[in-house]
Design a protein around this ligand. Structure first.
Ligand code: AHG
Ligand code: MN
Ligand code: MN
Length: 338
């Protein structure tokens, strides 16, 4: 129906109605994530004013200590999610260990892991940054605090994954396994409204996103793939077009909408790449698969990997199905540069 506004809350409630056993706790949890996202969005927008309002680490004009934005984003998410009785444990890229729920609050069945502020080194240049999250059901017994094993589940067990991008507008994109849906924050009334229903990634894209300064440190198949996509050949729509922001959420979001591939390959310097399995690769893998794309570490489907450590790194090849299959063929030695 044209002109109808569907808020994020309404969308989640309608999704949840499909499951008669749903208790409403998931809706509460998503509302808390959305609330944290609005607070982070507000502060990210003020980042450029930090220097006049007070430098990081200093006391600002309101007499508050100015925190680094990634620390602020982390605290905001933890505080938003720790007290409503839907969560039993959390983990964050910003914290060494699992985050327990304070004793005074009830425990729930969900496990939430997140990268509170992705791309934060770009903040001072006014480049888009984001928050990435993923939600699991607990595997440890109910009624007790959640444990490490709850956080170390394979990505295929995610019940929800999403990201918020603080860009020219603020958007929240999520999946619960029924497609990928994008919501834009309307700043006038502070609601996320459905703007991108059922996002599909093109089967083959035009864009490749990689930090090519690491070229000399890559394995031969990766070098050959990147050389291949830059060759001129009208029949296969080459060369592909290079776009790299250095802010994963932003690079991923653009490629999701336009089609293409993001790669952070292993290198001599970083044998497992840089990105984190729990907070970055898994949630984006769930989203890309739900949109019709593909995500691998070079050999395996990202969501099949069982994490061994909270902050485990993983090489990442993610995006349009045909583009990820192509790099896979180079890695497997089925294809070589002519
Ligand atoms: P974070 O800010 O959460 O630490 O993540 C930064 C990541 C990711 O956003 C981006 O894709 C990648 O770092 C860029 O790394 P390089 O500078 O090595 O290209
Ligand atoms: Mn990150
Ligand atoms: Mn981060």
């Amino acid at each position: 129906m044209s002109g109808q506004i569907i808020t994020l809350t309404r969308h989640i409630i309608e999704e949840q109605r499909k499951y008669p056993e749903a208790t409403g706790k998931f809706t509460d949890l998503m509302n808390d994530i959305a609330f944290a996202a609005k607070l982070i969005s507000y502060h990210v927008n003020k980042a450029g004013l930090m220097e006049i309002l007070g430098e990081t680490g200093n006391v600002n004009v309101q007499g508050e200590v100015v925190k680094k934005l990634d620390v602020f984003a982390n605290e905001t998410l933890v505080k938003a999610l720790d007290h409503n009785g839907h969560t039993c444990v959390m983990a964050s890229e910003e914290e060494e260990d699992i985050i327990s729920i304070p004793e005074e609050y009830p425990l729930g069945k969900y496990v939430v892991v997140f990268d509170p502020l992705d791309g934060s080194s770009n903040i001072d240049a006014n480049v888009s940054v984001g928050t990435i999250f993923s939600i699991y059901n607990r595997v440890s017994p109910d009624g007790r605090p959640g444990r490490l094993e709850d956080c170390l589940q394979a990505g295929k067990r995610q019940v929800c994954a999403g990201y918020v991008i603080y860009g020219s507008s603020t958007m929240l994109v999520y999946t619960t396994g029924n497609g990928v849906h994008g919501f834009t924050l309307d700043p006038s009334y502070g609601e996320f409204v459905l703007s991108h229903p059922n996002i599909r990634i093109p089967k083959k894209g035009k864009i490749y996103s990689v930090n090519e300064s690491y070229f000399e440190f890559w394995d031969e198949p990766i070098k050959q793939y990147v050389q291949y996509i830059k060759q001129v050949d009208g029949d296969t729509n080459r060369p592909m077009n290079s776009r790299y922001i250095g802010s994963l959420v932003s690079d991923f979001h653009r490629n999701l909408l336009y089609g293409g591939i993001f790669l952070y390959p292993p290198s001599i310097k970083a044998p497992s790449g840089k990105l984190r399995l729990l907070y970055e690769a898994n949630p984006l893998a769930f989203i890309v698969e739900q949109a019709g794309g593909k995500a691998i570490d070079g050999k395996r489907r990202i969501m099949d990997i069982v994490p061994e450590k909270l902050h485990q790194r993983v090489p990442l090849f993610i995006g349009s199905e045909d583009d990820v299959k192509m790099v896979e063929e180079f890695i497997e030695g089925k294809r070589k540069l002519n």
